[in-house]
Structure formats: C-alpha cells, structure tokens
Design a protein around this ligand. Structure first.
Ligand SMILES: Nc1ncnc2c1ncn2[C@@H]1O[C@H](COP(=O)(O)OP(=O)(O)O)[C@@H](O)[C@H]1O
Ligand SMILES: [Mg+2]
Length: 239
C-alpha cells in the first residue's frame, strides 16, 4: 500500500518550471528522504500534497485519497511541519496545539490527554503555558512537530526540520522521529543535510531542478558509489 503516490506532477510558476514531471511512490511505514539543493522543488511538492498550492498537471494521492477530489480526507492524513515557523508567536504553546486539534475535529474532551502526551514526549511540557515567542529556536521547531502530530496523522511530512537547530536538539528530534516511525507513522523528510538522510531514512530520492534524478535505498546508493559519503554521491549526481 502506498502512503504517498505522485504521478507526472508538473508545477509551472509564471517564470519557473518548479516541477517537471515528478513521479514517486512512498510505501506505508517508510522513512523517506527527499534530498535536493535549494530551489530543487521540494517545498513545492509538499505544498501540492497538502493543498497549499495548486498543481499544473499530474496526480497526487495519499492512501488512495486524491489530494484535490478528496481534499479533507487527504489533508487529515498528513501532519505538516513547514519550512518556516507559522504559529502565532503571542499564543501559548498549549493553545496552539489545542486549536490545531480543533481544526482537525478532535473532540474537545480528547484533546488534553493527547496534548499532554505529545508535549511530554518532546520535552516541552514545562513550557505549555509559555508564549511561543518565549521558546528557543530548537523548542520552536519541536513545537511545530508537536502541532503537526496532534491529530494523530498517518503521514508526517517535515520540510527541512533541522535547519538552524543545534546539535543536541537535532539528536533528540532524530530519536523521536525514529520512534514515531517504528510505531507506524510514515515519514517524509526533506533536507539538504545528507547526514540526516543517512542516519534516518530507508529510501532516498534526489531531486534537482524539478526532476527526480535518483530513487533508491540508502544502502544501495552507498554501495553503488563505493560507499562514498552520501554528500559526495549527491555532488556527483547533481553536477
Ligand atoms: N510562489 C512562487 N512563485 C514563483 N516561483 C516560485 C514560488 N515558489 C517557489 N518558486 C520557485 O520554484 C522553484 C522551486 O522552489 P522550492 O519548491 O521552494 O524549492 P526547495 O524547497 O527545493 O528549495 C524555485 O525556482 C523557486 O524560486
Ligand atoms: Mg524548500
């Protein structure tokens, strides 16, 4: 069963062909990395999957739900951690999660227990009454992850989640994401930190200038290229 299925996806902005016919299948339970330099089209792909941006042509479905025709069902399957912070910085941490749970129709009486568990798992429980603006950069990132998980999505999509995050926070996030994946959540991560993909993922797609240039297991990629570091493989493929 595919968690994410993308077929011949094209996105054209007035002066840019951001996606030039992308096809990709991500299986249920996978931890998948989408790797690519700035401007490759990673965020555009994610925005189309989550209905934040219209496609020009092609098809995208999540667990067989078309992201356009079955928008509500498809959207509820995804927890999204966008590239930029986009919460209300004056709002309290707890409330940010509470309102987001409401957005996904989680009954009010189920919300407190769920929010408490997620905040505790991510080490943010002591900050539940703090305003988002009072959190450190790493904590803000964790808050974005907590908010994405509040409706218990089957797919978690993270768009460069560790950009600007210190080493310790990054390690905690990695451990948490691995655990989440083991428990059954399909994870799609975009990054340009190759180390991150190498540490976390089963399979990797490399995208460059709107085209997928490689999809393979991490192990195969490393084997095929003489066990060079993923970074070197990447440089070679995107030349
Ligand atoms: N709203 C937009 N309008 C016009 N061009 C855009 C817009 N968003 C992205 N692009 C262009 O599309 C291409 C892909 O961008 P993006 O998907 O953000 O790449 P990535 O996330 O891989 O860095 C880039 O050339 C970018 O400038
Ligand atoms: Mg991006």
């Amino acid at each position: 069963m595919n968690a994410i299925s993308i077929k011949d996806l094209v996105k054209t902005y007035p002066n840019t062909e951001a996606l030039k016919g992308v096809s990709l299948e991500i299986k249920k339970g996978e931890f998948f990395a989408l790797l690519g330099p700035n401007g490759a089209g990673k965020t555009t792909m994610i925005q189309i999957m989550t209905g934040l941006c219209n496609k020009t042509s092609g098809e995208v479905s999540l667990f067989n739900k078309d992201v356009y025709q079955d928008y509500q069902e498809a959207r509820a399957l995804i927890g999204l951690v966008p590239q930029e912070f986009n919460f209300d910085i004056f709002e309290k941490v707890y409330n940010i999660l509470y309102y987001n749970a409401g957005y996904f129709w989680i009954p009010a009486k189920e919300r407190p227990a769920r929010i408490e568990k997620i905040l505790k798992d991510l080490g943010l429980w002591e900050k539940k009454d703090a305003q988002a603006m009072q959190l450190s950069g790493g904590m803000k990132r964790k808050l974005m992850i907590a908010r994405a998980l509040v409706h218990n999505p089957k797919i978690l999509i993270l768009d460069e989640p560790t950009a600007g995050v210190d080493v310790e926070t990054r390690q905690t996030m990695w451990t948490y994401l691995k655990k989440l994946n083991k428990e059954g959540t399909t994870i799609l991560l975009t990054t340009h930190y190759l180390e991150e993909a190498e540490k976390l993922c089963d399979r990797i797609a490399i995208i460059n200038k709107g085209k997928i240039i490689k999809v393979d297991t991490k192990d195969n990629l490393l084997k095929e290229h003489g066990n060079k570091k993923l970074e070197d493989i990447f440089l070679q493929l995107t030349k």
